[in-house]
Design a protein around this ligand. Structure first.
Ligand SMILES: Nc1ncnc2c1ncn2[C@@H]1O[C@H](COP(=O)(O)OP(=O)(O)O)[C@@H](O)[C@H]1O
Ligand SMILES: [Mg+2]
Length: 280
């Protein structure tokens, strides 16, 4: 009924497999390493693909291929597109009046003084437009650091490192908030606590339960109305008695959240897949 495509069976995927067994849903496992995406010999018997590839680039090709043959994929290409590029995500948030971190993009080192002026001085944060797990983020405390890091980035071979996505540094408490949204539902809300300014769990952030207040719930409901339906991890910062949405994530890791909150996110994922199949 459902095919789960994976590159690595992490604890998250194992939770999904357990949920499918418990709910008596046929879940077929398919390793991306065994795939040949050949359009002349297209055969597929299941009703939906749950794409859990680790690599966003490999995952995207797979989603594109199956959607071409009208097979439903979770997350859809539309969701992938919205989440994978941080600049595209930020533009979407601004366009839909969701409070977010001030950001901009520039391409040449001669702009750095103008940029720091627009973003109201240092510290700033420079991020790769594609990336996760808090990798390659740079907090820039002054002009010298900004100049140095831009020079280093310009010498990297990948063209996307020449896109300088820059945001204001947000003086948040020693934590941020991670909300999981599945379909139209807010499924969980936790803090990620850390002594480092980068609080991803992949960088040692610890999960603690967080109660969603009315203001944050309203922001999430507003977001749910605007985003294409899917499975999302939303990063939120607490700032000056309010909230700023930092980014939207695709193919979310949830094992630690499931363990700490007791919310069965993997059940929710399977139920969402079923809902999508039945809405045909
Ligand atoms: N502008 C910022 N101000 C303060 N902290 C930030 C800022 N941007 C990112 N962080 C910290 O770094 C973490 C990772 O940043 P994020 O933009 O979510 O990238 P990734 O896709 O790698 O998770 C955030 O969860 C937060 O803890
Ligand atoms: Mg993040």
């Amino acid at each position: 009924m459902i095919t789960l495509i994976y590159q690595l069976l992490r604890e998250d995927e194992k939770f999904i497999i357990e949920s499918a067994k418990k709910l008596n849903i046929e879940l077929n496992l398919l390793s991306a390493d065994k795939l040949i995406l050949d359009p002349r010999n297209f055969q597929f018997k299941d009703k939906l693909i749950l794409n859990r590839c680790l690599s966003q680039f490999i995952g995207d090709q797979i989603t594109h291929f199956f959607e071409t043959f009208n097979i439903k994929v979770i997350n859809s290409l539309e969701v992938n597109h919205l989440c994978s590029n941080k600049f595209i995500t930020s533009l979407f948030l601004i366009k839909n009046n969701i409070p977010t971190v001030p950001f901009l993009v520039f391409f040449h080192e001669e702009m750095i003084d103008k940029v720091s002026q627009i973003l109201e001085n240092y510290p700033l944060v420079l991020k790769p437009i594609y990336g996760s797990w808090g990798r390659l983020l740079a907090k820039i405390n002054d002009r010298d650091a900004f100049e140095g890091i831009i020079e280093h980035k310009k010498n990297l071979s990948s063209p996307y490192h020449n896109i300088f996505y820059t945001t204001k540094f947000i003086e948040k408490p020693n934590r941020d908030i991670r909300i999981t949204i599945i379909g139209k539902k807010i499924v969980s809300c936790v803090y990620r606590e850390s002594f480092h300014w980068i609080s991803n769990t992949a960088r040692g952030g610890k999960i603690k339960i967080c109660n969603l207040d009315k203001e944050l719930e309203n922001i999430c409901q507003n977001l749910i109305e605007k985003i294409p339906e899917g499975i999302y991890g939303i990063d939120v910062f607490e700032y000056q008695n309010g909230y700023l949405v930092n980014e939207l994530n695709n193919t979310v890791e949830f094992k630690n959240i499931q363990k700490v909150t007791g919310v069965n996110i993997s059940d929710e994922i399977i139920n969402f897949c079923l809902e999508k199949i039945n809405n045909d």
